[in-house]
Ligand binder design. Structure first.
Ligand SMILES: Cc1cc2nc3c(=O)[nH]c(=O)nc-3n(C[C@H](O)[C@H](O)[C@H](O)COP(=O)(O)OP(=O)(O)OC[C@H]3O[C@@H](n4cnc5c(N)ncnc54)[C@H](O)[C@@H]3O)c2cc1C
Length: 444
């Protein structure tokens, strides 16, 4: 929140939302990292400025109004007797539903149950924050308690949902059982760690708490770091770590990074960008095991019989949605909580789901952009308001690697051929076609 008062006679500071990644540009705060001092009006931002998180331009931002038609109720810290909406998850999904309900209704009781402390932060920043010198305090935009007070809801932080009875409309948590009229599941996904990687010997970066601990370890000085997994998060973290002065090896299962998403030409550009920063790439390498060496470093045993050592090991090996809560309640699950693609209803009565934990038509979609639209749909249904429904579309994927930024549109089909549209020193453009139509395209 800005401490500057607007003195330019143009009214209060405005906020603008990046449609691609969800970043909110606040005129009062500016973006000093990218050269915009506090108090920079959006209209005064140069046209070639790009979103500090995902790299899109000003044209991809829209005015953001934190709608507060209804004055929120005072926070109740005592248990609410009247069942209302119970939200599971204090990430962007859970808080977005709470915001969307409160924008229309000040009084509906809302309880938000979160395994973490419920602090609000912008998760995509976790893979670019080290190189920019950002601290956990800077990344934390609002504490859970402040957000709960602002929205007039009850926050049950550090509380885990452990059981669900759809018939009784009740949710069992580690701090007691809650009744609900509507339940919203927004509990995200967890790092999927292969059995060969000892969790005690490698970090996973999927929340602010884990990133903060990693940040504390890395703040002690330059280290050798191995990043296992050359997907989006692995590549971004490798670049970020190198930018922060660490000696990074990126270990990928294939010859090039991001093989399931990128054609060979784009993968080569990405690799060249990363190697240009001094990152060593160990391609075609599967890690068979991790072990602690006498000098305190960790040895990575590779399937080809070789090994490498690093002071810090980070596993970026993908995510999986935990299934026990919903499966034990008899809800449909297929790589994520199955939801109806228009209403986001699960197979359980009055139970909705959104964000990283859902699967739509059998596919998870773990990106920020759809979350606000999903939350608006769920809030409207709960409040009985007319709503056109959620329309799912593949979000634009932007790789936040500044050494080789890549933007991917549409739905690439693995194994289908890519056609080169332009391949020059400065730009690569390619597209995939199905039945004569362009179904995916990228620019690198
Ligand atoms: C490093 C990184 C970089 C990323 N970069 C981008 C990007 O550039 N662009 C983009 O679009 N997306 C990006 N993403 C993905 C994006 O951040 C996620 O899609 C989004 O944050 C998911 O939000 P969510 O609320 O669904 O889940 P989460 O943020 O995971 O929140 C889940 C919440 O549920 C709580 N919880 C879990 N289990 C329970 C339980 N049993 N009971 C109670 N509470 C529970 C957790 O504590 C947490 O509060 C990135 C992700 C990472 C990790």
């Amino acid at each position: 929140m800005s401490v500057l008062e607007p003195l330019d006679g143009l009214g209060p500071w405005q906020q603008f939302l990046c449609r691609a990644c969800g970043l909110i540009y606040d005129e009062g705060e500016g973006d000093p990292d990218s050269g915009l001092p506090p108090g920079t009006r959006f209209t005064d931002i140069p046209e070639d400025w790009s979103c500090p998180i995902c790299g899109v331009t000003k044209a991809d931002f829209e005015p953001y109004v934190r709608r507060a038609k209804a004055a929120p109720m005072p926070v109740s810290v005592a248990p609410q007797r009247r069942p209302g909406v119970v939200i599971v998850g204090g990430g962007v999904g859970g808080w977005s539903v709470a915001e969307a309900i409160r924008a229309e209704d000040a009084r509906l009781p809302i309880t938000l149950v979160s395994a973490c402390d419920g602090a609000r932060y912008h998760k995509p920043e976790l893979s670019v924050a080290l190189g920019r010198g950002l601290s956990p305090e800077v990344l934390r935009r609002e504490t859970g308690a402040t957000a709960a007070a602002r929205l007039g809801l009850r926050l049950m932080a550090e509380t885990v949902a452990v059981g669900l009875s759809p018939e009784r409309h009740s949710l069992r948590t580690t701090r007691g059982t809650l009744s609900y009229t509507h339940l919203v599941l927004a509990h995200g996904a967890r790092p999927a760690l292969p059995a060969s990687l000892d969790p005690a010997l490698c970090w996973r970066v999927n929340d602010l708490a884990a990133w903060s601990s990693l940040h504390a370890e890395l703040a002690r000085g330059a280290r050798t770091v191995a990043v296992i997994g050359a997907g989006m998060v692995g590549c971004e973290l490798a670049e970020d770590l190198a930018g922060a002065g660490h000696a990074v090896t990126l270990v990928g299962a294939e010859a090039l990074p991001l093989p399931e998403l990128l054609p060979e030409q784009a993968g080569r550009r990405l690799l060249a960008g990363l190697e240009g920063l001094g990152i060593g790439y160990r391609g075609n390498s599967l890690v068979r095991g991790l072990s602690r060496r006498p000098d305190g470093t960790v040895a990575l045993a590779l399937a080809d019989g070789t090994s490498l050592a690093a002071a810090t090991v980070i596993a970026a090996t993908g995510l999986a949605t935990p299934s026990r809560l919903v499966r034990s309640a008899g809800l449909a699950f297929e790589r994520g909580i199955v939801v109806d693609s228009a209403s986001l209803r699960t197979s359980g009565p009055d139970i909705f789901a959104l964000g990283d934990c859902v699967s739509i038509d059998g596919r998870p979609c773990r990106f920020i952009e759809p979350v606000a639209r999903q939350a608006a749909t769920i809030a409207a249904t709960i409040l009985g308001r007319d709503h056109p429904g959620y329309a799912h579309a593949a979000p634009v994927i932007r790789l936040k690697t500044r050494s080789a930024p890549i933007v991917l549109h549409g739905t690439p089909v693995a194994g289908a051929p890519w056609h080169v549209v332009e391949d020059s020193e400065h730009r690569l453009a390619m597209e995939q076609r199905q039945g004569g139509d362009v179904t995916a395209w990228l620019a690198a």
